[in-house]
Design a protein around this ligand. Structure first.
Ligand code: HEC
Length: 197
């Protein structure tokens, strides 16, 4: 696995306590950063609310199918409403549709290194290159996530996951571990609400 970040990406990683985050490359107004942050909060909040309600109402097996159907739709809705691209990705991903692009993979690898000394959700990155503004933030594995992303997953849940995601790599996580990241892209066609959920 690569550990070096290409200079061209202008990577700056910042941990909790820093005032927002920094960027390299072309100057970027605070508006993009605020929009990106709001979109990630919106996506994370909507996903968590919907998933928690589904698990409580119908149990984790039903929630697997719900997540498969609804997670991409929720990301697409947030993107369309806000005129940007937004989603979740991870090195060890469940859905092939969430596989990282090149820049996302490089940021994730950098986050993995940084996560040893910082809470995952405090990991933040931003860059502007060729008119496209990109931002990402780490996602922590919480206790509630272990039902579907931990070790020793209950058999009916494991079977439901295997049926929908034969190439699943998103198990074996521990509480507090970096699970993946939210990402946002603004610019170059983002007004169409185009999305990679
Ligand atoms: C009921 C089972 C379930 C629970 C609980 C659950 N997830 Fe997931 N998770 C899924 C499924 C299914 C997908 C694939 C969704 C898709 O097809 O887009 C997924 C995808 C993800 C992804 C996108 C990257 C990938 O692996 O495809 C992230 C990040 C993620 N989950 C984080 C979390 C976090 C953080 C929690 C706890 C707050 C959590 N999940 C709780 C089932 C679950």
């Amino acid at each position: 696995m690569k550990t070096r970040i290409p200079r061209a990406l202008g990577v700056l990683l910042l941990v909790a306590g820093s005032a927002a985050f920094s960027q390299e490359g072309e100057p970027s107004g605070p508006a993009d950063a605020a929009r990106a942050e709001a979109a990630m909060n919106d996506l994370g909040g909507r996903l968590k609310t919907a998933l928690t309600a589904k698990v409580q109402a119908d149990g984790p097996v039903a929630a697997v199918g719900f997540c498969r159907e609804e997670a991409p739709k929720i990301a697409a809705a947030v993107a369309a409403e806000r005129g940007l691209r937004v989603g979740r990705t991870a090195l060890r991903h469940r859905s092939p549709a969430n596989a990282p692009t090149r820049w996302q993979e490089e940021v994730l690898e950098a986050f993995v290194e940084r996560a040893t000394g910082a809470p995952p959700a405090s990991l933040s990155w931003a860059s502007r290159q060729d008119g496209v503004y990109r931002q990402a933030r780490g996602i922590a594995t919480e206790a509630a996530c272990l039902t579907c992303h931990g070790s020793g997953i209950a058999e009916p849940v494991r079977a439901a996951i295997a049926a929908s995601y034969p190439q699943d790599r998103a198990t074996g996580f521990s509480e507090g571990e970096l699970r993946g990241m939210f990402w946002v892209e603004i610019g170059k066609g983002s007004d169409a609400g185009e999305v990679r959920p």
